[in-house]
Design a protein around this ligand. Structure first.
Ligand code: UDP
Length: 236
């Protein structure tokens, strides 16, 4: 499948049209941003790592009958995906307290939550992605009640699957962000699953293998991304 014109430039990905109306090409770049774009940098080979990790995890989810936008890996940094209408909600699932939840509730990072916590944020760079609930979502017609039921159900199933995958890799899945889209009347998982969108801590030492190394200037960012992928793919 050939890459045609550039449709959209995101913070870390570029999206190209293809000869098929239903398919797009995602290109993962090495650009890293944090704090709503205020901090910018480059993480060597991040594009290839995030592509590879997303391909592996989308395949794993598809095997469990969780529908995703993934069609095929095309190159080191590129995948072919179904063209969805993105629902403008960031769906965040948390198993362990970290980041904004720690600040908001005054609970130390690392506290293991009794049950997973699901949160929604309105995707808006202008507003800085404010947290919203299902009433806001309904009132703003961002998604229907039926669609939200599906999104919540998929998010919990995905959490179970990802916890399992990362635990085999010796990593704790602290939290992560998902995006969903509409495709031919169905809700499917879109975007990516990578160290950019997940917090991943070493099972024993709690060492960070994710974007917090970039956000918090902890150093060895490239190596952490590489190690997370290597552990996940294991013997493969
Ligand atoms: N996250 C993301 N994109 C965003 C905001 C959050 O991928 O725009 C991910 C983040 O990497 C973490 C989880 O969602 O795995 C929860 O992030 P949090 O709300 O703690 O915000 P942060 O501390 O990252 O600002």
């Amino acid at each position: 499948m050939e890459r045609l014109e550039l449709l959209y430039v995101g913070k870390a990905k570029r999206v190209f049209r293809t000869e098929s109306e239903d398919l797009l090409i995602l290109e993962f770049t090495d650009v890293a941003t944090a704090f709503n774009g205020k901090k910018k940098g480059n993480i060597a080979d991040k594009g290839a790592i995030n592509n590879e990790m997303s391909v592996y995890l989308f395949n794993t989810l598809e095997d469990l009958e969780i529908p995703t936008h993934f069609v095929q890996k095309l190159g080191d940094r590129e995948m072919l995906v179904k063209r969805v209408e993105i629902i403008p909600i960031e769906v965040v699932m948390r198993n362990i307290v970290a980041g904004s939840l720690s600040k908001r509730l005054g609970i130390s990072e690392g506290f293991e939550l009794e049950t997973p916590v699901l949160e929604f944020y309105y995707k808006s760079d202008e507003l800085g992605d404010p947290m919203i609930n299902e009433y806001h979502i309904m009132a703003m017609k961002l998604a229907s009640k039926m669609e939200m039921k599906k999104i919540k159900d998929l998010a919990f199933k995905i959490n179970t699957c990802l916890i399992n995958e990362f635990s085999k890799a010796g990593l704790k899945l602290v939290d992560f962000k998902l995006e969903f889209g509409r495709y031919k009347g169905q809700i499917i998982l879109a975007d990516e699953i990578s160290p950019d969108t997940c917090r991943l801590w070493d099972m024993k030492t709690n060492e960070k293998f994710d974007k917090d190394r970039f956000r918090r200037d902890l150093g060895d960012v490239e190596d952490a991304y590489k190690e997370a992928l290597k552990r996940l793919l294991g013997g493969r």
